[in-house]
Ligand binder design. Structure first.
Ligand SMILES: NC(=O)c1ccc[n+]([C@@H]2O[C@H](COP(=O)([O-])OP(=O)(O)OC[C@H]3O[C@@H](n4cnc5c(N)ncnc54)[C@H](O)[C@@H]3O)[C@@H](O)[C@H]2O)c1
Length: 127
């Protein structure tokens, strides 16, 4: 496993995140998926959970990013993404965009890793 890129994908059990996890694992990266399974589904990554290159950590990125070991990139996709989903959980959506982003940035900074934030309309919405 050593020598592989190690990526943290928040929201990795969601629609976009799960496809991103697929692509990263297929490209040879190790992937730590941090997801609170609020709008995502475990079944979206069920085909990856037995792969030693993939770890699913069930946690809210707005509260904690419990990631041990090296990190090369943090890709922050954790956010409810449709009006019905984010109107049902307005404070959690704001927290994912604010605190989740801050924690992702802190993790990336600590590892001198790249950080990617998925562009999301929810940050300028009206929750
Ligand atoms: N789907 C699109 O077409 C599209 C287009 C552009 C941008 N985006 C943005 O990409 C991001 C992901 O969109 P999606 O369609 O995959 O949504 P999704 O709801 O399918 O996935 C979001 C994932 O984030 C998880 N999540 C939410 N809050 C969390 C938190 N605090 N901690 C950990 N996990 C959390 C959910 O459980 C889910 O698995 C959103 O920011 C969205 O606005 C989506």
């Amino acid at each position: 496993m050593s020598g592989r890129f190690r990526r943290v994908v928040t929201g990795g059990a969601g629609f976009l995140g799960s496809h991103l996890c697929d692509r990263l694992v297929a490209a040879g990266s190790q992937v730590v998926c941090v997801d609170d399974l609020s709008t995502g589904r475990r079944r979206n990554v069920a085909h990856l959970v037995d792969d030693p290159a993939f770890i699913l950590v069930e946690a809210a990125a707005s509260r904690q990013l419990p990631v041990e070991g090296p990190v090369d990139a943090v890709l922050h996709l954790a956010s409810a993404a449709s009006p019905p989903a984010y109107l049902a959980r307005p404070l959690q959506t704001l927290a994912a965009g604010s605190e989740g982003t801050r924690r992702g940035l802190e993790l990336a900074h600590a590892h001198r890793a790249r950080f990617l934030l998925a562009s999301t309309s929810e940050v300028s919405g009206d929750p």
